[in-house]
Design a protein around this ligand. Sequence first.
Ligand code: NAP
Length: 283
Amino acid sequence: MKVLITGAGGQLGKELIQLFTMWGYKVCSYSRSQLDITNYIEVKNILKRDQPDILINTAAFTKVDLCETELKQAYLVNAIGAYYLACQAKEIKAKFFHISTDYVFDGEKYEPYIEEDFTRPKTIYGKSKELGEVLALATYQNTTVIRTSWLYGHEGNNFVNTIKELANCAKEIRVVSDQYGCPTYTKDIGFALKQLLTKPSGIYHISNYGSCSWFEFANEILKILNAKVRVIPVSSKEYGSKTPRPMYSVLSSRKINSNGIFLREWKKSLHEYLVKEGDKDEY
Ligand SMILES: NC(=O)c1ccc[n+]([C@@H]2O[C@H](COP(=O)([O-])OP(=O)(O)OC[C@H]3O[C@@H](n4cnc5c(N)ncnc54)[C@H](OP(=O)(O)O)[C@@H]3O)[C@@H](O)[C@H]2O)c1
């Protein structure tokens, strides 16, 4: 089986390349410089040449604040790019997996979001990702949209790695305590995605089990690292992000669970992640 992975330079892309190679798939992977998903001709030529059985799109414009000012690029990558890939996946009859986000929701539900819930993104990032979902699903029936949240992987700019760095140099840090979500280890998405290969297409929510605030997440990271850093809880308002994030974007695992797919509890995965990073000797 041949898998083609876009966004190979990103944290999820890198993880999936490793996993699918380990599982014995023939993996073709392309970073942005090798395959720009906003370039229709490039997408068409590469997919036609490689003829993958499975296409996984992890490429995205993920900088939430920057999306607000670089609207055109946000929509080009997150929406039009997804559309081009869906068109070509359809052409070569590859199963298409498109990665999306909890930011398609407004965060005002205050109970876990299910796949059927109405999307109502508040940011350009969320709106462009929402359009990507809609275009991909409408273009090709063999499309699976995976919404995930609060990702961290070994080679990425993410919250866990930021807190780790701060643990070495800061005495106290301010962390938002009124936004809730599901921290998710890229490796666990890979295992779930592999199981989804044989399931019907459609939308699936995939995140580690359980939820927390960023404040609780930071405290758990520091506890595992045994770092003596004071964490000061602050409200979103006090923190003053340029772009508002959803206050509550916990994703329900109900659908994947009913398909026999179960992810680990977030603390367990975080523990394994930090052990693998070499910060703790044992699991
Ligand atoms: N990170 C999270 O917390 C999070 C949460 C929920 C959902 N997601 C979704 O999960 C997926 C993977 O996220 P991630 O954390 O792995 O993001 P990431 O580390 O930012 O990786 C995204 C990759 O896409 C590449 N890219 C950007 N524009 C491209 C283009 N036009 N053509 C080809 N590649 C392009 C980027 O390259 P450059 O670096 O060169 O721009 C980057 O290597 C995305 O769909 C994202 O929306 C992420």
